[in-house]
Design a protein around this ligand. Structure first.
Ligand code: DP6
Length: 347
């Protein structure tokens, strides 16, 4: 018999950023973070997990977009080990269950977005991998319980087990048992929220998140204030802004937190530059949109690369599209987290 389960997990974009680990092995963060995944988001990883005694013994395999991946890395191994342990516990309780935990795993993943688009894919990738194996093993685990495992694959992956507005609470336990993701609100809570991704560069990022955040923790003097004071206050304010659907407060916190994160990158030795001239043009475009509207109707955020994610209220769609036409000239296009590709032909 070949046992099989399939699932998808979405890309998530943090509006309060995870940057810094207190435990690099378990991906335990120095601060909590909060992300948004809109219901219209079409950026996903689709994963099928299978296991069988017919597969070559002792050989777990992983195919990503058709290419064989190394599964011997500590992150993938941690996910496999944790999921197998949960399945073994089930099998120990109920001897009737087929013995799946010992069987070789065969994982097949596809990203439905160009892998070269420079978009964070490890989050959706590990979330889909963990959810698919959990389903294969019929584990009675909630997304929050699975977030403990996905986090060990990639920190941000723990937030991709949910859609909508998701908080990853940093936790305090040394074993990571309380470093988990929780839903703050479903995407349907705020139907007017829109996002677009401005693909400034499809090139692979210069300094990986994993490497960059360790360097920041080791060398930045701004970092401690961010982790200890700035982010905890923002986590509370952001959750309130989301619950109240207060776009101006949401936008203000989103932009401030992105800038605080990139300031810590610049304060790292040697400095890390993720934003470039086009990124800064996107910042100015958002400032211009808000100035013209006389209130905050759009917000930018940047991860560990130059691409901008812009959040805006649906009623201001025309203003956002108009302002970004000029910026688009310097980019590789944009992709709708809102479901359609927008204006990519207008470059
Ligand atoms: C800037 O989750 O990719 O996107 O835990 O080392 O795999 P690892 O790092 P990763 O870092 C994401 C950093 C970020 C901010 C965020 O998503 O919160």
């Amino acid at each position: 018999t070949v046992y099989r389960a399939s699932t998808t997990a979405p890309v998530n974009i943090a509006v309060i950023k995870y940057w810094g680990k207190r435990d690099p092995k378990l991906n335990l963060p120095t601060n909590s973070s909060l992300s948004v995944t809109l219901a219209q988001s079409d950026l996903r990883t689709h994963t099928t997990a299978a296991c069988s005694t017919l597969f070559p013994a002792g050989q777990d395999t992983l195919l990503l977009n058709g290419a064989a991946q190394d599964v011997s890395g500590a992150r993938t191994q941690a996910c496999f080990r944790e999921l197998r342990a949960l399945r073994e516990a089930l099998e120990a309780q109920d001897p009737q269950l087929p013995k799946l935990a010992q069987q070789p795993l065969r994982i097949v993943s596809e990203n439905n977005f160009p892998t070269a688009a420079g978009l964070a894919s490890s989050a959706a990738g590990f979330a889909a991998l963990v959810r698919a194996i959990a389903d294969l093993y019929q584990l009675p685990a909630t997304p929050t319980e699975l977030s403990r495992i996905a986090r060990q694959g990639s920190g941000s992956a723990c937030r991709s087990l949910f859609g909508g507005y998701v908080a990853w609470e940093k936790g305090t336990a040394a074993d990571g048992s309380d470093s988990l993701a929780y839903e703050v609100a479903p995407a349907s809570h705020w139907p007017d929220m829109r996002a677009l991704i401005l693909v400034v560069s499809a090139a692979k990022k210069g300094v990986s998140s994993t490497t960059g955040m360790q360097a920041t923790v080791a060398t930045s003097s701004l970092f401690a204030a961010r982790a200890n004071d700035t982010v905890p206050a923002r986590m509370r304010d952001m959750a309130s802004a989301i619950k109240a659907k207060d776009f101006a407060a949401f936008a203000d916190l989103t932009m401030k937190d992105s800038n605080s994160f990139h300031a810590c990158c610049l304060d790292t030795s040697p400095p890390i530059f993720y934003m470039n001239d086009v990124s800064r043009a996107a910042v100015r475009a958002v400032e211009a949109i808000n100035a013209a509207a006389g209130k905050t109707v759009a917000a930018y955020t940047f991860d560990a690369g130059p691409n901008a994610v812009v959040y805006y209220a649906a009623e201001h769609e025309a203003a956002v599209a108009g302002a970004f036409k000029a910026v688009l000239a310097g980019t590789e296009g944009w992709s709708g987290a809102r479901g359609e590709a927008v204006a990519a032909d207008e470059k």
